[in-house]
Write a protein that binds this ligand. Structure first.
Ligand code: 6LW
Length: 513
């Protein structure tokens, strides 16, 4: 199968509304996508940083519609994220590949001396193996590629490369520098190596994961080089443009069901005035690739894209409500650093999620928290919380130092904002004993409603009154829960927490608006 020279991808086919699809294909904090194809099925993994379980794993039949089927690192024995690790440390960019009947995932845990780890699975939904450590790979963004004689090459940020026995984690021979991208560009990283036609192609990101981010390519006739840079690097960047998708980089190549080529990459959608704030983290986008004279050329990347020439395989959207009636949490629910069995239960009060406080607020690195990624610019979140003798509620968090909370306990509901070193209680409302309906509404501004200091969005935190109206206790500027303010590599996560005692939640609604 030598796809070099395949035609441009145009036109629509079955099941695509208006002959288009929408980018991002995986909205919200899903950065550093790595994708592999097995027959008609595609699998995708991304970074997870301080969240447990780590490395969410998705399945698709059409590269556009993805459903989460698990997490690679979902047992404490596979992933230690110590309480003193900083946010945005932890689990960095994975590479997911299928080789010799097994799925292989190589990834870096930047916390706890974990370093480079390899896990394998026969079923990508799990269970995944305990990690094999790779002490000889001392860098982020490891990639795995096998040549025809079965030699495994591990290529990582730098761009460096070493041969590897992935079964044992032992490296073989010296580490060699392969390429450093454009002269003077920062952070050559995110390498992926592919055998395509007569060449080995080395795809990298450079320029840093911020507005200067770019994708470049080089090729060689052997996996270990020497590498010849592409004639038109970078092959993708949105730097210096007004395009709504920015920071484009960290990409992986994949072939569609018709043999055409596609790039899955990260990008962000900044909002508000200048300099622009992105609040949903780095998201996963899909762009078409054609080949010209043996080099990949990336097509237009936009929020609305021409449908690919194969049938759509939509997946049902996740239900608005999780009523906590199942005996396990869906893989989309994440916690901060760890989720030991003693801090949460679906059985203690059947039909409710019970959380038991460790850290005394969302400021604490060991806060007992169960949440999900905010995936839509505008959305509506609701829960019923029974604080009992404790305190707990809803939080939208970027990290420990940047979050907005609405908390019930002690006969009242209060809204607390933490922005850097400033922490303030903004409103309180007396409520009776027993369960309370708490809510958060995130409202992105209407298009055209712009001024230079305009906020990217507004967050309204409040209480549902018995008559069904939403009593807003505080309306807050969303920029303080953005990456440009908080820093780091993640995005917004919204969920439930316990700050004191045992707090129970009857259900949780997340509804795109
Ligand atoms: C990742 C690097 C990057 O390891 O950001 O955007 C780092 N790319 O490749 C953290 O996601």
């Amino acid at each position: 199968m030598n796809p070099v020279g395949a035609d441009a991808v145009t036109g629509g086919a079955d099941g695509w509304p208006d002959g288009t699809f929408t980018n991002p294909v995986l909205a919200g904090f899903h950065p550093d996508p790595s994708v592999c194809r097995v027959g008609d099925d595609y699998y995708l993994a991304c970074s997870s940083f301080e969240y447990f379980p780590g490395v969410p794993l998705f399945h698709s039949r059409d590269l556009v519609h993805w459903a989460q089927i698990g997490n690679v690192l979902d047992r404490p024995g596979q992933l230690t994220l110590p309480v003193d690790m900083p946010s945005s440390a932890g689990v960095y960019a994975p590479t997911l590949r299928h080789h010799d009947g097994r799925f292989w995932l190589i990834v870096t845990n930047c916390a706890d001396g974990g370093g480079t780890l390899v896990c394998t699975a026969t079923d990508p939904a799990g269970p995944w193996s305990d990690p094999v450590r790779v002490p000889g790979v001392d860098g982020i963004d490891p990639d795995l590629a096998w040549d025809a004689d079965g030699t495994c090459w591990c290529t990582y940020a730098g761009i460096a490369q070493v041969r590897l026995d992935p079964e044992t984690g032992r490296t073989v021979g010296p580490v060699r520098r392969l390429w450093s991208g454009a002269p003077g560009a920062q952070a050559p990283e995110a390498p992926h190596l592919y055998r395509i036609g007569d060449h080995w192609y080395l795809l990298i990101a450079e320029g840093g994961t911020e507005r200067g981010h770019a994708v470049s390519i080089a090729r060689a006739t052997r996996p270990d080089g020497p590498y010849e840079p592409g004639p038109a690097n970078p092959i993708l960047t949105h730097r210096g443009t007004h395009r709504p998708i920015q920071n484009t980089g960290h990409a992986d190549l994949v072939q569609g069901p018709d043999g055409s080529w596609w790039l899955m990459l990260l990008g962000v959608r900044p909002g508000g005035g200048t300099p622009g704030w992105h609040v949903l983290g780095r998201e996963t986008f899909l762009a078409p690739v054609t080949w010209v004279d043996g080099w990949p050329v990336v097509g237009d990347l936009a929020p609305v894209m021409p449908a690919p020439p194969w049938a759509a395989h939509p997946v049902p959207p996740p239900p608005v409500r999780d009523d906590f009636d199942a005996d396990r949490l869906h893989p989309r629910w994440v916690s901060v650093r760890s989720r030991p069995a003693e801090v949460w239960s679906l059985a203690e009060r059947p039909g409710w999620l019970t959380l038991r406080a460790r850290g005394a607020s969302p400021d604490a690195p060991d806060v007992t928290f169960v949440g999900r990624r905010q995936q839509h610019p505008s959305c509506r979140v609701r829960t019923v919380v029974d604080p009992g003798d404790g305190h707990g509620g809803l939080v939208v968090r970027l990290d420990e130092r940047h979050h907005y909370d609405i908390e019930a306990g002690g006969g009242e509901v209060r809204v607390v904002a933490r922005i850097g070193s400033v922490r303030s209680t903004l409103a309180t409302r007396p409520v009776g004993a027993g369960p309370v309906r708490l809510g958060i509404e995130v409202v992105a501004p209407a298009p055209g409603d712009w001024h230079p200091a305009k906020e990217p969005d507004l967050l309204r935190l409040g209480v549902d009154r018995p008559d069904g109206t939403f009593d807003v206790l505080a309306e807050l500027d969303g920029r303080y829960l953005s990456t440009e303010v908080a820093g780091g590599f993640t995005g917004r996560v919204v969920g439930m927490y316990a700050a004191r005692g045992a707090v129970a939640f009857d259900w949780f609604d997340y509804e795109p608006r």
